[in-house]
Every structure is written in structure tokens, then in C-alpha cells.
Design a protein around this ligand. Structure first.
Ligand code: GLC
Length: 748
């Protein structure tokens, strides 16, 4: 029987708090008054409790540690829990916090709702491939509705780490290599998760992570060392996080890596100087999982107590799973190593978030079994997941119009991922169902072809050297007019702690493709890929007629991919990350510097130039690349003037014609090149994009506006500035082009 020890004080607290005007979405200073009135009643230990987060262990997202006892909740020593969900599961813990602690302060429940909660959307690198900010916002809104209906208040997303190294498994979780695209997705995710009012029970706190530089881990090895100049940091890795703050993100998460010798989790420059002083961020910062204790392994703290002090001195508010704040903050304050006010600031930020969510008005507002049952897997949400899968896929190759598939044909559907319902969700699939809920590519084919015209064989495992199933695959292919091969990675081969030294298809999947090609030299082969990183497809490119990059497309992924393959959706995706020719080219990205000895285009073999002896400098597939079933022609790029000033702007327009036989979407991309700067500038920079729909034969004129603000960068004095001079400009459907137009920014 639940003993509700509602002490007089607790009743008084709630009376004081709840008798305030219950306006939806009070102004921050109203909340501050509430927070301050509560904090006056709190002991140091209770304030420390708000800075402590433990895992409920329902999902494993880091090393399992023993010191994780929910009895701490009863003592008021815990302010937040992660990896606990469902209305029933969160209610149990919330009741302990509200009814069995002295002040009854509600818990915050956080979870990695990265690309969906139960309805899983394509992985984030796939979402970035859609370049569809409206869809990113919409699917984040859906994820927030499902998660909040299941007791979740806070997601540890969006992940905003710019990444240029496909060996790094977490490249799957972000928006790829470009700072502008990543910054734009940051805004969409934050608006999707947080909506326009956190008091609304369908919205949840977002979390900009991992601050900062994590994607630049040496050699693509997860958690590895990061060194970079402040210019690179400010021009490439910081802007997406500033975009998240401008969009109103409520929380940040620290990165595991050190940056230039100082681990992010104790980095005053990042958190005091940049986040608080420069950016005026007033949300709270949570560490990544056990990251305070990891300061010892980093060789930055001699023991856990010192680590606790260093993190608090850097301005980190909440300790995820280190038990550091719970064990050491009190003694650090009592001995004078830390000020109580530092704890007060951290506690205040956490309580403010709880007030904004409305948890003090009703700690159980996100706990409603009926709402949970009626929200999760709504038909419209599953349909949205199907659409996202289609628009996130990227058509890399389509020789002789192999695609879309002809519905009168007999098709051999082969490969370890052709009938998969588990890997298709990708990594970080939250509470997604890997036991059969997902629609496989095979399921998708069954919507388009009668079963007697689909011939399925697994062919091989994802990561095995065995070839015993090749024979069956070949005999299966023999019955069909053409072959669709679905290959890729295990979903655990990307995401956290999933770096690969090779970026080729694992196992003997390429051998299976070779065996089929050798047996059927004339039969069309379509390769569909499910993977969490750019792969080295140099061999596959020569053996196939078409390649569709499907990434891990989520719960309805098989249906969305079939919609693309059979032409219901004309593919519009564009790569947010470069596909190298091989791992030796890494890091390779479109917005590189020119160097003093660039390869001359007319003589790539010239000596003493910046190139390799054995392969070209160009990638296999460049950033922004993506084909359509139709053909879009760009013409008549015109500028409203040949020059503009710091205070004026110019307009660049282009005509885009759909020259083919299919209606479709095109993602027009605006690039500039600052030809001369006080620091060298990238050879190209994405500065805008528009997704437009064109019926076959239709022409549209689109316009981009350029002003001095778009041209700013951090110079060698770390001034965010723009410099006069000549700029090249282009509007294209990929980053693979040569500039033809220029304008001058006048020094006035
Ligand atoms: C993990 C990840 C982080 C995640 C957190 C909670 O280690 O680095 O992205 O949000 O722990 O699961």
C-alpha cells in the first residue's frame, strides 16, 4: 500500500506554488519567482539532488554502473531520470518523488528520442538527405507527441556535430559535413520538439549535443582526441549550436572528447566564455553519460572529487550517471572548494525547466495511459514515416533509366536487408519495435507486385565470410527479369562506439554482388543500401545499373523505399555528406580549402600538386549529389547587381526547368566562394537551398537574396566579420560544378 507521507510542509509548498496564477507559459521572470520561493525552502542536499540524473536501465545507452539505486529518489537525491518510459513506468517513479520526499519536487524524465519514439523515422543523416526542414520539424513534433504521451519530458536531441569522417559511427546521428545545413536542421529539430509552448503537454525539452567538436575525433575513432584552431571551431563546429539557441533550445549536453587538451565536460572556455557570456544561454547543461568521472581517465582530474569540482567550475549543471554531484558536491561546498551559489545556479536552471513544463502544476500531466494508447503509432504518424523514408533516399546512380522499376517484370529481391525488420530502424531507435512492427523492403514490394513475381533470397549475412547461400541467390535471380539487391550495415555498425576502420560493405556482400554480376552480365542490377555512414562504393559503382541510398529508413522504411523504386515518389534526396572513393581520402568534404598547389583541372597529373598518386582528388559522390527520374536544367543565373555593399543586398535568380518525363522535387543549392580573405576561405560554401516542385516541362524562376551577413566568417582575430572583394556565386543541384558568375562586395 502506498504510504503517502504528505508532510505539512509539502502541502504548504504546493499551496504556495499552485495558488499562483496558472497562466500557460508564464514569462521566465514569473517562473524565477516561483523557483526562488521554492529554493528558499531547500537544503543544500536537496538542491544538489536536482543536479543528479540516473538511468532507469530500460535502455542501455552507456556502461552499466552499480551505483544506480532508486532509493536515492526517496532521499530527494535525484532530479532527473533517463531511460525510463511508459505512463506506468514513469508514474511509479514520479509518485516516489512527489509523495515520499520532503518537498515532493517532480522528476524530469529524459530519453534519446533521436529520430522517433515508437514510430521511428529515418536516421538523422537520412533526414538531412531530404533537405526538407518542414518534414524534419513535423517528424520531430510527432516524436515529441508520442514520447510525451509516454511520460517523457526531455529528449537528448538534436545531435549537431558536424562530421567529415565516415569512419566515425555517429556521423549517422547528425546532418553531415556542412555547417549551414546542420544549422538549418538544428532550428527545425528544436522547433519540432519544443513547439511554441513547453507548457503544452505534447512538447518536450530539446537538447543541443554534443558540445563541442565531437565529430572531429581523430581518425574517426569515437571518443578520440580533438584538436582544432579557434577559427575552425567558430566557423564550422559552433554555428549549429548557436542556431539551436536562437531557436530556443532549453538544454545542452557536453561532449565526451577533449578539445585542445581540455575535456569538454570541464571546459570553461566553452561553457563559461562562449555558452554563457557570449551566447547568453540560460538553459541547463547536462553531462554526457558518466562524463564527469571520465575526467580522471582523460588525465584531467586526479580523482572523482576533483572531477566534480572541475565540472561545476566549468558551469556544468547536471551530472548524468557519474554519481559525482551526489557524492561530492556537499563536501566541496562545505570545505569551501565550491560556492553554494554555484549549486544554486545549477539547481535553479533545472527547476526552471520543470516549471516551464508545468510539472509543478501537475507532476502527472505527461502520464496518461489513454493518451499514450491513442497517440502511439497513429495512422497519420506511420504515413508520415513512410513519406520521410521516401524523401530521405538518395538516387546515386541510374544508368539507362533502370529505375523506376517496371511493374510487369519478375523481380529477384535479394540480400540480408531485403526482408529485414530489425536493422531498418537504424541506431538510436528509442522505444521502436525491432521484433516485426517495421515494414521491410519485401513488404513494400508486395504492395506493388503479385507474390508470384517477387523471388526472394537472403543471399548472405550482413557480416559473414560464408558463401553457402550464394547458390540459392543465383538460382533465385535466374527466375527473374532483373535483380534488386538490398545490402548494407548492421544497425550496430553506426551510432555510438561504432567506428569502422573500413568503410566498405561488411562481410561478403560485395562478393555476392560480384557472383550475381558474373552469372548475369546483362541482367539489370539495382543496389539498395541501408547504412549509417558514407561507404566506399567504388566496386559496386562498376557492377550495378542503379544505386539508391536508403540509409536506415525506419518503421515504414520498406514501404517508402518501394514507393521510390516503383516511381510513386520521384527521388529528391541530396547527399549531406561526401562519399569518398576509399578510406584513404578521409577527411574529404566539398567545402575544403584550395591550397597553394591545387590540381589544375586541365592537367590533373601535373607534378608537385596537392594530389594522390593512385586516385583522383574528387569523391565518388559529392556533397549535394542526388539524381531524379527526371532532369532539371539550370539556366539564366542573373544577379540584381554586379556588386553590393555592407548595407545592401543583391538577388540571384535562376530558371530551373523540368526537362524530363516525371514531375518531381529538386533541391536548388546556393553556393558562394570568397576568393580572397584575411584567412583562406573554402572553395565553396552552401549559403542557401530551396526545395521546389516542378511538373514535367515546367520552368520556375527562384531567387536567393545575398547580403553581407551571409558572407561573414571569423578572421584570425576571432572577429565575426565580412571583407570586401570578389565573390563567385552559383545556384546548382549539387556541389559538383564550376562557378560562372561573380559579384563584388564594395568596401562601403
Ligand atoms: C550516450 C550518448 C548521448 C546520449 C546519452 C544518454 O553516451 O553519447 O548522445 O544522449 O548517452 O543516453
Amino acid at each position: 500500500m502506498k504510504i503517502i507521507k504528505a508532510s505539512f510542509l509539502t502541502v504548504l509548498i504546493f499551496f504556495v506554488i499552485s495558488c499562483q496564477p496558472k497562466k500557460v507559459g508564464l514569462q521566465d521572470n514569473d517562473y524565477y519567482k516561483k523557483v526562488d520561493s521554492l529554493m528558499k525552502l531547500m537544503t543544500l542536499q536537496e538542491k544538489i539532488g536536482q543536479t543528479v540524473m540516473y538511468s532507469g536501465g530500460w535502455s542501455v545507452t552507456g556502461p552499466i554502473i552499480s551505483d544506480n539505486n532508486i532509493s536515492y529518489i526517496k532521499n530527494g537525491d535525484v532530479g532527473a531520470m533517463l531511460n525510463v518510459y511508459t505512463a506506468e513506468g514513469t508514474r511509479k517513479l514520479q509518485e516516489i518523488a512527489v509523495n515520499e520526499t520532503r518537498l515532493g519536487i517532480p522528476l524530469l524524465f529524459g530519453y534519446d528520442v533521436i529520430h522517433g519514439f515508437k514510430t521511428i523515422f529515418p536516421i538523422n543523416l537520412a533526414a538531412a538527405s531530404s533537405w526538407d526542414l518542414d518534414d524534419i520539424e513535423k517528424t520531430s513534433r510527432i516524436a515529441a507527441d508520442e514520447a510525451s504521451s509516454s511520460g517523457i519530458h526531455w529528449t537528448f536531441a538534436p545531435m549537431l556535430d558536424v562530421a567529415r569522417d565516415p569512419r566515425w559511427g555517429r556521423i549517422s546521428e547528425g546532418a553531415g559535413e556542412d555547417v549551414f545545413l546542420t544549422s538549418k536542421t538544428a532550428e527545425a529539430y528544436v522547433k519540432g520538439f519544443q513547439g511554441d509552448n513547453l507548457y503544452d503537454k505534447t512538447t518536450i525539452l530539446a537538447c543541443a549535443k554534443h558540445f563541442v567538436g565531437y565529430g572531429a575525433a581523430q581518425a574517426g575513432r569515437d571518443y578520440h582526441t580533438v584538436n582544432m584552431g579557434e577559427g575552425e571551431l567558430r566557423n564550422v563546429y559552433l554555428p549549429p549550436f548557436k542556431a539551436a539557441i536562437d531557436a530556443g533550445v532549453e538544454t545542452f549536453m557536453t561532449a565526451f572528447n577533449e578539445l585542445n587538451g581540455v575535456p569538454a565536460t570541464a571546459n570553461k572556455f566553452l561553457y563559461k566564455e562562449i555558452l554563457r557570456n557570449e551566447w547568453k544561454f540560460n538553459g541547463f547543461v547536462v553531462t554526457d553519460y558518466t562524463a564527469i568521472n571520465e575526467l580522471i581517465k582523460h588525465g584531467f582530474a586526479k580523482d572523482a572529487k576533483e572531477a566534480t569540482k572541475l565540472a561545476m567550475n566549468a558551469g556544468i549543471d547536471m551530472d548524468m550517471m557519474s554519481s559525482a554531484n551526489r557524492k561530492y558536491l556537499s563536501s566541496l561546498v562545505k570545505e569551501g572548494s565550491l560556492q553554494e551559489n554555484q549549486v544554486n545556479e545549477a539547481c535553479r536552471r533545472v527547476l526552471l525547466a520543470k516549471y516551464k513544463l508545468g510539472l509543478f502544476d501537475n507532476p502527472y500531466k505527461y502520464i496518461d495511459k489513454d493518451r499514450e494508447k491513442n497517440t502511439i503509432y497513429k495512422r497519420e504518424y506511420l504515413n508520415a514515416a513512410r513519406h520521410s523514408a521516401a524523401i530521405s533516399s538518395v538516387l546515386l546512380k541510374n544508368d539507362a533509366r533502370t529505375l523506376p522499376l517496371n511493374k510487369t517484370q519478375k523481380i529477384a529481391l535479394i540480400g540480408p536487408l531485403a526482408n529485414d525488420k530489425r536493422h531498418i530502424l537504424g541506431n538510436w531507435a528509442a522505444a521502436g519495435d525491432r521484433k516485426g512492427k517495421a515494414a521491410s523492403v519485401y513488404d513494400g514490394f508486395k504492395e506493388y507486385l503479385p507474390k508470384n513475381r517477387i523471388f526472394y533470397a537472403k543471399g548472405c549475412e550482413i557480416d559473414s565470410k560464408e558463401k553457402e547461400n550464394f547458390t540459392k541467390a543465383i538460382s533465385t535471380a535466374n527466375k527473374a527479369d532483373m535483380i534488386v539487391l538490398v545490402l548494407g550495415e548492421d544497425y550496430n555498425m553506426s551510432g555510438e562506439a561504432a567506428s569502422r576502420s573500413s568503410i566498405k560493405l561488411p562481410g561478403n556482400q560485395t562478393s555476392l554482388l560480384k557472383a550475381l554480376r558474373n552469372k548475369f552480365p546483362k541482367k539489370k542490377i539495382v543496389l539498395v543500401l541501408m547504412n549509417g555512414r558514407p561507404l566506399d562504393l567504388s566496386e559496386e559503382e562498376l557492377l550495378t545499373d542503379a544505386i539508391l541510398e536508403a540509409w536506415f529508413p525506419g518503421t515504414m522504411g520498406g514501404l517508402g523505399i518501394a514507393d521510390v523504386l516503383f516511381g510513386t515518389y520521384n527521388p529528391s534526396g541530396k547527399l549531406p555528406v561526401t562519399f569518398p572513393r576509399n578510406v584513404g581520402q578521409i577527411p574529404i568534404y566539398y567545402n575544403m580549402k584550395n591550397t597553394g598547389r591545387p590540381i589544375p583541372e586541365n592537367n590533373p597529373k601535373q607534378d608537385y600538386k596537392s594530389n594522390y598518386l593512385d586516385i583522383p582528388n574528387t569523391p565518388l559522390y559529392p556533397f549535394g549529389h542526388g539524381l531524379s527520374y527526371t532532369k532539371f536544367t539550370y539556366s539564366n543565373v542573373t544577379l540584381s547587381s554586379k556588386s553590393n555593399t555592407y548595407s545592401s543586398s543583391l538577388e540571384a535568380t535562376v530558371d530551373i526547368k523540368n526537362d524530363g518525363d516525371y514531375d518531381g522535387f529538386e533541391i536548388a543549392q546556393l553556393y558562394i566562394h570568397d576568393k580572397v580573405g584575411s584567412v583562406t576561405r573554402p572553395v565553396k560554401e552552401l549559403k542557401g537551398f530551396k526545395k521546389i516542385f516542378l511538373k514535367k516541362g515546367e520552368t520556375k524562376t527562384i531567387t536567393f537574396t545575398i547580403n553581407a551577413e551571409n558572407l561573414k566568417f571569423y578572421n584570425s582575430n576571432m572577429e565575426y566579420t565580412v571583407e570586401p572583394g570578389e565573390f563567385e556565386i552559383a545556384i546548382q543541384g549539387s556541389s559538383d560544378f564550376k562557378f560562372k558568375n561573380t559579384f563584388v562586395l564594395e568596401d562601403i
